[in-house]
Design a binder for this molecule. Structure first.
Ligand code: G6P
Length: 606
């Protein structure tokens, strides 16, 4: 999703801005642009292609102050005229992440005041508002502060002025932003990875903060305009750019990294013979012993991880668990249980709806909060009392894979800790043994790759697909359908198999492939009856079964046997073939696997 990089230095900042944008590419975007002050004038370059194209057209451009942006369209189609930076009367340039909700009324006022709009974006109002104040003689700092008072909505912005090459102003509310501290140069960015080539000393700006940068220093002001101090931290995120190696796509690489990602996630948690609450943070023991329920909040794939966890948490720990889509929860009038543990699940730790849901939960009186995240210094981690970091490593492919399976590992560990605290845990050592065996078990499933690649050939011509699962594996069917639609653009739906006859069966015919997750668990016989219903209507069945599931290949029934059954951890194993299936179907269809159309890796707007 949208990304910001800004720099003020003695040297030419164009390469810094471009490399920063390149490092934000994985988040998904549809256009990119930058502006620098060159000979007391704003020089802007924009492109609807990749950052590589912006690099081409930027050759020869120089400046020692500039702001840059990757845009993921919200207001206005992806086009050069809508790409950022936006400029007001050749004087003020602005980049913006987020959404200005009252932009229409602001725009009407600015048009009446004589401002000409050249884009369809909400952002352009910011440029003209800053200009309107600056033109009255305010300093750039004051002009931005006055502008921010007029904005309703979420933003992270960067602002420069053609006639003031010694000041860069940046501010945030509802969208992430950080300051990078250099020697004789300073930077801003929406994501720390953009700045790692130039500095690892960072200041995470707080909600409502504004920062004024010059080359020698910076001043931070809070929402009330008071100058404030924020700690400078040393980022521990590695600067090594993620290499593709022998893989064709990041998604394929990330699918294959799952054994290692799971092993790394387990490393600190269960090397011993028992599992301790401390893995969730210093305060976990007392905090977790006081809770009487769980509320999981997440979006997308992370939400599916939460749905799996509900089965584990209720069955193994005996705690009541609800799982909510963050964008729904944040606006729903719910009845809070302040004794519940709020678990926010997120790969990126910066999904706008999940952040807002966490704030909403806190506003309803929730004090016990846990973030399960893959990005150590992310907003959700910083805003939660307890934390668990999945150690999946950077996930570049927009469709989440290794982050999902490591989230499941973290949630299973949480289940065991809670069950143990409540004396519900039987067979702790068996559970730990199963967890330690998981990386090897996942590796065996990955060995099915060539078979799944062949299977995928049958899907490339399909327009729809139905995924079925039951119990613990129903969320895996949901995740399988999401993966397929995200990257192959085939319309896919998932249902709990028992619901088939209440509607979706009407869709089943010879053109509708039905993919079923069929582990050898207590619901297998029920599931088999549901699958007969599909066969009886001519539906083609693709069954991911365990080795000991008694089902045979026959006309219209394709069986893919999983190497072993993993008990409670079976959803983790059954996810892998569905990831591979989506990947190979997308390859057949020739889509942009790592950056599927219209989607973003980190969704930092509502
Ligand atoms: C986007 C990504 C998904 C991800 C979802 C939630 O939609 O494309 O892969 O599952 O956001 O992201 P989070 O970082 O909060 O897990």
């Amino acid at each position: 999703m949208c990304g910001i990089v800004g720099a003020i230095a003695e040297r030419n900042v164009v390469p810094i801005l471009l490399e920063g944008l390149q490092r934000l590419e994985y988040r998904g975007y549809d256009s990119a642009g930058l502006v620098v002050v060159e000979n007391a004038r704003l020089k802007r370059l924009r492109s609807t292609g990749r950052v590589a194209e912006l690099m081409q057209i930027s050759k020869g451009t120089e400046g020692n102050i500039g702001i840059a942006h990757t845009r993921w369209a919200t207001h206005g189609i992806p086009s050069e005229r809508n790409a950022h930076p936006h400029i007001s009367r050749d004087l003020i340039a602005v980049v913006h992440n987020g959404i200005i909700e009252n932009y229409e009324s602001l725009r009407d006022g600015l048009v009446k005041a004589g401002y000409e709009f050249t884009s369809d974006t909400d952002t352009e109002v910011i440029a003209h508002l800053v200009h309107s104040h600056y033109a009255k003689g305010m300093t750039l700092l004051k002009a931005v502060q006055a502008t921010l008072k007029e904005l309703v909505g979420a933003y992270a912005i960067g602002v420069i002025a053609a006639d003031n090459p010694d000041r860069l102003i940046s501010a945030r509310r509802g969208s992430p932003l950080l300051l990078g501290v250099g020697i004789g140069e300073n930077f801003v960015a929406s994501d720390v990875s953009a700045l790692l080539p130039v500095t690892n000393r960072v200041v995470y700006l707080e909600e409502g903060d504004l920062v004024e940068l010059d080359r020698q220093g910076y001043r931070i002001y809070d929402a009330e305009g008071n100058e404030v101090a924020r700690p400078v931290q040393t980022s521990e995120i590695s600067n090594e750019s993620v290499q593709l190696g022998n893989y064709r796509h990041y998604m394929q690489k990330e699918i294959h990294e799952q054994p290692e990602a799971i092993a790394n996630t387990l490393e600190t948690a269960c090397n011993s013979h028992s599992i301790m609450p401390g893995i969730f943070g210093a305060e976990a023991e007392s905090c977790l012993s006081r809770i009487d329920g769980i509320l999981i909040l997440a979006c997308g794939t992370s939400y599916h991880a939460g749905l799996v966890a509900r089965y584990w948490l209720e069955e193994i720990s005996g705690l009541h668990c609800t799982v909510e889509i963050a964008s729904e929860y944040r606006y729903r009038k719910s009845v809070p249980n302040p004794n519940a543990l709020v678990v926010v699940l997120s790969q990126s730790g910066e999904t706008a709806d999940t952040q807002a849901a966490l704030s909403h939960a806190k506003s309803l009186g929730h004090v016990h909060t846990l973030a399960i995240c893959n990005v150590p210094e992310s907003a959700l981690v910083r805003q939660s009392k307890l934390r668990f970091l999945t150690r999946a490593g950077p996930e570049i492919g927009v469709a989440s894979t290794k982050a999902f399976t490591t989230q499941l590992v973290a949630l299973f560990l949480l289940t065991l800790v809670l069950a143990k605290q409540r004396n519900h845990l039987t067979a702790e050592s068996e559970h730990l043994h199963a967890l330690r065996h998981l990386p090897a078990a996942v590796q065996k499933v990955l060995d099915l790759e060539p078979k799944i690649a062949r299977l995928a050939e049958k899907f490339a011509s399909k327009h729809h697909a139905l995924f079925l699962g039951r119990g613990l594996h129903y969320p895996i069917a949901l995740e399988g359908a999401l993966k397929l639609k995200e990257i192959s653009y085939i319309h896919a739906e998932a249902y709990p198999a028992g619901e088939l006859k209440h509607g979706p069966l009407a869709l089943v015919d010879k053109d509708m492939p039905v993919i079923s997750v069929a582990p050898n668990d207590a619901l297998l016989e029920k599931l088999k009856s549901n699958l007969h219903e599909v066969r009886a209507r001519g539906g083609e069945l693709y069954v991911f079964a365990d080795a000991d599931t008694h089902m045979n290949e026959e006309e219209g029934v394709h069986i893919m046997r999983m190497p072993e059954h993993a008990g409670y951890l079976s959803p983790i194993l059954h996810t892998i073939p569905l990831q591979l299936l989506a990947y190979y179907v997308a390859l057949q269809k020739g889509t942009d696997v790592d950056k599927p159309r219209n989607l973003a890796k980190s969704v930092t707007v509502e």
